[in-house]
Write a protein that binds this ligand. Structure first.
Ligand SMILES: Nc1nc2c(c(=O)[nH]1)N[C@H]1C(S)=C(S)[C@@H](COP(=O)(O)OP(=O)(O)OC[C@H]3O[C@@H](n4cnc5c(=O)[nH]c(N)nc54)[C@H](O)[C@@H]3O)O[C@H]1N2
Ligand SMILES: Nc1nc2c(c(=O)[nH]1)N[C@H]1C(S)=C(S)[C@@H](COP(=O)(O)OP(=O)(O)OC[C@H]3O[C@@H](n4cnc5c(=O)[nH]c(N)nc54)[C@H](O)[C@@H]3O)O[C@H]1N2
Ligand code: SF4
Ligand SMILES: [Mo]
Length: 730
């Protein structure tokens, strides 16, 4: 194995994620105050990342006082990362939204809801149904997401609604739909343990999915672990091969690897012939990706390209390919994800143990939002444009079919653009904080400030977006309400209410119920009385779909079983034994969800990234996750004193020593980071973890997205957060 020298690891003096996971107590995690011994225990699913760890919640007098990772849950097997351990501390913060706020003043719910409905109705009546839109999330229960999407579109008559999953998973959705015929990530976490070769492309699981990484560490097959990432991340350090490609040259690299696999006899021709379409065209296309050209464009030598291709050939049939935001956030992201899928298809690495073209999701319920948010897809992975789908969903939920719009929503960036143009006048944000997290932040904030009506529904009244809202609706958070999440391996898990929300904050579910009542459309949602009742409605919506879950016996089965992966149809149910089939993957029969049941090879010519370096802006800025203790815009994780000790005190800019010496910058110096759009100051951290010409900032600081260049993948419309031109000055 080619281990990298541990020397190049960044000069971070805090604990490594792996230490934290191994010895949580050493870092003050999970201490039970001795005067507070719990009197009961219940089980929950972590509400941060998409790993979906099982947690045991320890209760005193019915309320959570502490938690520990669940040793019996098939996902995390008794481990948790710092965020999971500290999940309860986010609930106690002083800036929790306790009362509705109208123009900054506390009002009662009656006033808030009347105002909400009057104002929305006025705008829709005057300017039409396209004038109001909602922006939802991958971080609430999917019964809540579904209620929101149904209420806004079928009840209130909106057409447009998108969510923060556009910032995150839209690319994987677009890629899978086109290649497999349905948005269907095929893997189970056991594939981490059963691979001979794991290829991580634009993914940093040591930081972003530490418990998935624990599953990799349980792999007993001495796997080759390959990381493709411009930066030498903690994951790259732990890998056996690291390819520090030039930013956004992945597509060329992947076509180059396909070229070499063909050249060197690595094809699974039987699989290609029986289960795929478009291979001949693909083969002709990649013929142009000669190793010399690919080496030139990616910065990886021909010798190493051949080694990478050989590793895949020798690892077959147990090669798994994993990707996350380094791929999904890019100007040609969908084609890049499909280039990964193509590699799995041409080598037959799919549907077998330790294989797959596997997109790892981000938020706890990103997958729930893909199936049930009613934004891009009609409930249950249906198509708004398809009359049969509209009929079916209308039937399943018992509403008149005319209530269902016959076209999908505009994408997030198009909604914001429409707001700028004045056609969208009201925006309702639920569990997302775009004033911090959206790309080219000054632009979105300028646009939000000119809207007639901005509503923010959040756990905290202090978020950057809430500060711009006319109306803030106080929401209960994870642990203060019940419902289900779907994790990265399609596992549906139930999480209970174990705390009371502060003040008059309400579960999002109840806020939607109340709005339906105040709007006067509660007739449509008469049956939607509890999350479980909505779960039953959604089951009906999935009938006959690849994500069919009609075989799940309600919340109770999920609670008892350690979660159930989709699909589980009524037909599958009699043969399904939870204790035996704990982990299932898709496509074991080689049949895909396209009309001809074949997976498609899809490809396109690589393009240069929209914002190029220049004399004025000679460095490429990449952004992403900073530490395992920080979550996005930090509304939750910043509330924990324990987590605070695990993160750098100020914003750090990772800068290569060669660039630093050219600029006269020493380690620890304050520097200005300047893009065409804005500038900020950060502390320089000199490290060879970034290559010369490249710098990195974590996304958790609220200023970072002032710098980012707004460009989007044309198929998925996902923002390309990881490629902006900047300069650095002392
Ligand atoms: N601690 C923590 N964990 C999280 C989150 C969090 O905020 N904090 N967020 C969750 C969410 S919503 C998500 S989506 C996931 C994200 O999980 P990841 O995608 O793993 O995290 P990122 O740091 O955004 O990006 C991954 C890597 O992409 C690399 N990259 C940048 N440009 C390129 C490129 O052109 N090509 C390639 N190949 N790589 C590139 C970056 O250097 C980075 O190391 O994490 C989830 N988990
Ligand atoms: N530069 C840069 N920017 C990025 C990225 C990047 O890599 N680089 N990554 C992007 C990605 S992948 C993502 S997913 C986005 C995330 O972007 P956001 O969604 O904006 O980030 P969060 O901080 O997770 O915001 C969630 C909000 O929901 C609130 N909340 C939590 N639980 C609940 C609840 O139960 N109910 C309600 N009503 N509110 C709740 C929280 O307080 C918080 O305000 O950021 C994107 N932005
Ligand atoms: S890995 Fe993700 S799901 Fe597991 S404890 Fe950490 S944040 Fe929660
Ligand atoms: Mo994400």
């Amino acid at each position: 194995m080619m281990k990298l020298p541990a020397m190049t690891f960044r000069e971070w003096d805090g604990p490594l994620t792996s230490d934290l996971v191994r010895e949580p107590a050493k870092f003050g995690l999970g201490q039970v105050p001795t005067h507070l011994m719990p009197d009961a225990t219940t089980k929950a699913i972590c509400g941060f990342c998409s790993t979906g760890c099982g947690l045991k919640i320890h209760l005193k007098d019915g309320a959570a006082i502490n938690l520990t990772p669940d040793p019996d849950y098939p996902v995390n097997l008794g481990t948790a990362c710092p965020k999971g351990w500290e999940a309860l501390s986010a609930l106690d913060a002083p800036d929790r939204a306790r009362m509705p706020l109208l123009h900054g003043k506390e009002v009662d719910w009656d006033t808030a809801l009347r105002y909400f409905c009057d104002k929305m109705r006025e705008i829709i009546d005057q300017h039409g149904p396209e004038a109001a839109a909602y922006l939802s999330t991958g971080q609430i229960m999917f019964e809540e997401m579904a209620f929101l999407g149904a209420l806004a579109k079928f009840g209130m008559g909106m057409i447009h609604g998108d969510g923060n999953t556009r910032q995150c998973m839209a690319t994987a959705v677009a890629a899978y739909k086109e290649s497999f015929g349905f948005d269907a990530p095929p893997f189970a976490y056991s594939d981490f343990e059963e691979s001979d070769v794991l290829l991580f492309i634009g993914a940093n699981p040591c930081i972003a999915h530490p418990i998935m990484w624990q599953r990799v560490l349980r792999n007993k097959r001495k796997p080759e672990i390959i990381v493709v990432d411009p930066r030498t991340t903690e994951t790259a350090m732990a890998a056996t091969q690291h390819y520090a490609i030039k930013p956004k040259s992945d597509l060329t690299l992947l076509y180059g690897i396909a070229h070499l696999i063909i050249r060197d006899g690595g094809l699974d021709t039987a699989f290609i012939e029986e289960h795929t379409s478009g291979f001949d065209e693909f083969m002709l296309f990649v013929a142009a990706f000669h190793p010399n050209r690919v080496a030139d464009e990616t910065g990886i030598s021909v010798h190493r390209l051949v080694h990478l291709a050989q590793t895949i050939i020798h690892g077959t049939p147990r090669v798994s390919l994993w990707w996350t935001m380094g791929v999904n956030q890019g100007h040609q992201a969908t084609r890049t994800a499909q280039a990964i899928i193509n590699l799995a298809l041409m080598t037959g690495n799919i549907g077998k143990p330790g294989t797959g073209a596997n997109s790892i999701t981000g938020q706890c319920n990103a997958m729930g939002s893909r199936l049930f948010s009613n934004t891009t897809n009609l409930l249950g992975g249906h198509d708004f444009r398809n009359p049969r789908h509209r009929e079916k969903v209308a039937d399943a939920i018992g509403i008149p079919v005319e209530r269902i719009p016959d076209r999908p929503s505009l994408a997030y960036d198009q909604i914001i653009k429409a707001a700028d143009a004045g056609t969208v006048k009201a925006l309702w944000f639920i569990a997302t904080n775009p004033s911090h997290s959206w790309i080219d932040q000054n632009e979105i904030n300028r646009i939000l400030d000119k809207l007639d009506f901005v509503v923010v529904q959040d756990m905290y009244c202090s978020t950057e977006t809430a500060k711009r809202a006319h109306l803030v609706l106080p929401a209960a958070g994870w642990g203060e309400k019940e419902g289900c999440f779907i994790n990265s391996e399609r596992r549906i898990g139930y999480s209970p209410k174990v705390r009371r929300a502060p003040g008059q904050a309400l579960a999002d579910f109840h806020i939607f119920r109340l709005i339906s009542h105040y709007w006067g459309c509660d007739d449509l949602f008469r049956g939607w009385s509890s999350p479980e009742a909505v779960f039953r409605v959604l089951q009906r919506c999935t009938e006959g779909q690849p994500c069919d879950i009609t075989g799940i016996d309600g919340h109770e089965m999920l609670q008892k079983s350690g979660g159930v992966q989709w699909p589980l149809s009524r037909e599958q149910r009699p043969k399904f034994d939870v204790s035996v089939s704990k982990e299932r993957r898709l496509f074991t029969d080689g049949k895909f969800y396209t009309p001809d049941q074949r997976a498609k090879f899809i490809f396109d010519e690589p393009q240069a990234p929209p914002e190029q370096c220049s004399n004025d802006y000679p460095l490429i800025l990449m952004t992403g996750r900073g530490t395992s203790a920080q979550w996005h815009t930090e509304t939750r994780t910043s509330k924990s004193a324990v987590l605070a000790k695990m993160i750098p005190e100020e914003l750090m800019l990772d800068l290569n020593p060669l660039d630093a010496s050219r600029l006269g910058v020493r380690d620890g110096m304050q520097v200005r980071v300047i893009s065409k759009r804005a500038e900020l100051t950060a502390k320089a951290r000199l490290t060879t973890c970034v290559s010369p010409g490249e710098v990195f900032l974590p996304m958790h600081d609220s200023r970072v997205n002032q710098l980012t260049h707004a460009s989007y993948d044309p198929q998925s419309r996902q923002p390309s957060y990881k490629h902006s031109a900047v300069r650095v000055e002392k």
